[in-house]
Design a binder for this molecule. Structure first.
Ligand SMILES: CCN[C@H]1CN(CCOCC)S(=O)(=O)c2sc(S(N)(=O)=O)cc21
Ligand SMILES: [Zn+2]
Length: 266
């Protein structure tokens, strides 16, 4: 069985037993208490700036904890906002819940969204590899985008969702070269909150500069159901058809403690 996961016997409340960093003071996600957010002038004139390729080849993989799209971050760049260097996109993935009233990792004044998209970048200006960056306090920059249920399908996400039936079991992957317009995976408004945190899964390294957008994007109920059809076990694990489904893969919020939560944007 998995040494960590999201069930009662291996879920977030047990992680610190095997992954001591999970009990740290700079953990993610957090509840974004909007009354605590300080609008910081140092961020105002440093708009978050990203450039992603329009068409690129990608690999989508079932990690056993969800789907992950590995990008070959050559001509990607994320800078500005809270970032002092240029970061490259390494991968993106998503977190969701068993029902639509939960699923996001960050919450806003206690409100959960149905899912949360994470675009994971690493500080390629300062460090020579993603792995090295993941052990540094300013090594990773993750963009968090809330997802709420809408009537229409999200056309960009559909390109990913159409591949999920090929990776139902843990370890399966699918190579695809589809032209993904990352810009449309991000909200129109660049209004965001930022704070220093961690990976939201083991090993829970405290290496992430988080930027969470205020405006959600939409996903349809059908599309979210496809996420929930993923399995956390491999094809060879003989289990009942309904068993092992990844119906939820989010970590509940941890205390912000004495960290500063900054807000920027109109
Ligand atoms: C299931 C494992 N998830 C991990 C896998 N990686 C960790 C690699 O550690 C190398 C030492 S990662 O840096 O790609 C990464 S980012 C996030 S999150 N949810 O905080 O955006 C989780 C994870
Ligand atoms: Zn994540």
């Amino acid at each position: 069985s998995l040494d960590w996961g999201y069930t009662d016997d291996n879920g977030p409340s047990t992680w610190a037993e095997k992954y001591p960093l999970a009990a740290g003071a700079r953990q993610s996600p957090v509840d974004i208490d909007t009354s605590k957010a300080t609008s910081d002038n140092s961020l105002v004139d440093r708009e978050i700036d990203w450039s992603y390729p329009s068409n690129c080849s990608y690999r989508i993989v079932n990690t056993g904890y969800g789907w992950r799209v590995d990008t070959y971050g050559d001509d990607t760049a994320l800078s500005g906002g809270p970032l002092s260097e240029v970061y490259k996109l390494e991968q993106f993935h998503c977190h969701w819940g068993a029902t639509n009233d939960e699923g996001s990792e960050h919450t806003v004044d206690g409100k959960s969204y149905a899912a949360e998209l994470h675009l994971v970048h690493w500080n390629s200006e300062k460090y020579s590899s993603f792995k090295e960056a993941a052990s540094q306090p300013d090594g990773l920059a993750v963009l968090g985008v809330f997802m709420e249920i809408g009537n229409a399908d999200n056309a960009e996400l559909e390109k990913i969702i159409s591949l999920i039936p090929k990776i139902i079991h843990k370890g399966q992957d699918s190579q695809a070269s589809f032209d993904l317009d990352f810009g449309s995976l991000l909200p129109e408004s660049k209004h965001y909150w930022t704070y220093l945190g961690s990976l939201t899964t083991p090993p829970c390294n405290e290496c992430v500069i988080w930027t969470v957008f205020k405006e959600p994007i939409t996903i349809s109920e059908r599309q979210l159901e496809v996420f929930r059809s993923l399995k956390s076990v491999g094809e060879e694990d003989a289990i009942e058809p309904e068993e092992g489904k990844l119906v939820k893969n989010y970590r509940p919020p941890l205390p912000l403690g004495n960290r500063v939560l900054r807000e920027c944007g109109p």
